[in-house]
Ligand binder design. Structure first.
Ligand SMILES: NC(=O)NCCC[C@H](N)C(=O)O
Length: 258
């Protein structure tokens, strides 16, 4: 049975200083963010996920966005080299956490840069967004790490948003969900479902037909419920002010050899 463990990382006291690139800076309410983070972790737990906390990185404002520090494929963890220099110190704690869980560990090296938010896995196809955070050498290093294990890596341009997964994610049946104004090349995906809200493009697959989604995409939640999915809504508004979304607050580990 696949593992249902997920890594999460408690927000740094410096969260409000997190990077913003494509949005205007808005004041982040730290207490509310912490409350939203706990509710997010609880939602994972309620749906059968054992959450494991990576040691906090209090000096790194963006460390709560733990998915950017590692990409998992089967039992192999590829430790990233984040495109933003201020985020590079985040990876050490994540590396330790995945190594402790028995993953085989690999690294992205200079000149490569890669953020986990640019990597969308659908079965054995790994889409990698080449954009502001992930460069061509980073894409190539994902190929080198995972293609020998049976993956096929497809590079996708990203220019309108921070990460590939800010624009698109995928449903359990592999259909790619995206908000058209944020997506560079929807035609690259074999099945594409346009959604009416920017946050509606982000789903975390909880298992079965359950989809973890941001509460501020009600029209998309209705659309997906009407298609037979079961949206589970969480308010992550404070993280969205920093260009975070539901996907980036956890790393699900499904290929562990426990
Ligand atoms: N994978 C993600 O969507 N990560 C969000 C990262 C947000 C953070 N403020 C950043 O700019 O790096």
């Amino acid at each position: 049975m696949p593992s249902k463990k997920a890594l999460v990382r408690r927000p740094s006291p410096r969260l409000a200083e997190g990077l913003v690139t494509h949005v205007e800076r808005e004041k982040v309410d730290h207490d509310l963010a912490l409350e939203q983070w706990h509710a997010y972790v609880e939602a994972l737990g309620e749906h059968g996920w054992e959450t494991l906390e990576v040691d906090p990185a209090d000096d790194c404002p963006d460390s709560v966005f733990v998915e950017d520090a590692v990409v998992m494929y089967r039992n192999v963890a590829l430790i990233t080299r984040p495109g933003a220099e201020s985020r590079r110190a985040e990876t050490a704690g994540v590396e330790e956490a995945v190594a402790r869980l028995g993953c085989s560990v690999n690294w992205v090296w200079e000149p490569g840069t890669l953020d986990g938010g640019d990597v969308l896995k659908i079965g054995d196809t790994i889409y990698v967004g080449r954009g502001g955070r992930t460069n061509a050498a980073g894409v190539q290093q994902v190929r080198a790490a995972f293609e020998p294990l049976g993956a096929r890596v497809v590079a996708v341009p990203v220019s309108k948003v921070l990460h590939l997964k800010s624009a698109v994610t995928a449903l359990p049946d592999g259909t790619v969900l995206g908000h058209i104004p944020m997506t560079d090349a929807p035609s690259l995906f074999p099945r594409f479902l346009p959604v009416p809200e920017p946050s509606g493009a982000h789903v975390v697959l909880l298992g079965g037909s359950k989809l973890l989604m941001a509460a501020n995409a009600p029209k998309t939640a209705d659309l997906l419920a009407d298609l037979g999915h079961e949206p589970v809504l969480v308010d992550i508004g404070e993280f969205e002010k920093l260009e975070g979304c539901v996907t980036c607050l956890s790393v699900r580990l499904r290929g562990l050899y426990a």
